[in-house]
Unconditional design. Structure first.
Length: 83
C-alpha cells in the first residue's frame, strides 16, 4: 500500500474544530467521493479508498450531494437482468 503525506496548517484543524485523525478520514472520504462523482473510481473502489463498505459509501453520497446511482434506465435494466 502506498502512503501519501500532506501538510496541513494547524489553523485549518482549529477552524474545522477537528483533530488530525478526523480530518484525515474526512479528507480521504471527500476525495473518494469526488473521484466517484467524476467517474474515475467505481463506488466499490471509492469505498475501498475511504476505508468503508460500499453500502456505507453509497449511503453517505447524499452528504456530498453526489448521486448514489448514475445509471440510465437501460443500464439499470441490464443490471437487473444479470442479477
Amino acid at each position: 500500500m502506498t502512503t501519501i503525506a500532506i501538510q496541513c496548517p494547524d489553523q485549518i484543524l482549529i477552524s474545522l474544530k477537528e483533530d488530525a485523525e478526523t480530518f484525515r478520514r474526512d479528507l480521504i472520504l471527500a476525495a473518494a467521493m469526488k473521484f466517484y462523482e467524476l467517474g474515475k473510481l467505481s463506488s466499490g473502489r471509492a469505498a475501498e479508498l475511504a476505508g468503508i463498505s460500499r453500502v456505507e459509501f453509497l449511503g453517505r453520497a447524499a452528504e456530498f450531494k453526489v448521486p448514489a446511482w448514475d445509471m440510465t434506465v437501460d443500464e439499470l435494466r441490464q443490471d437487473l437482468e444479470h442479477a
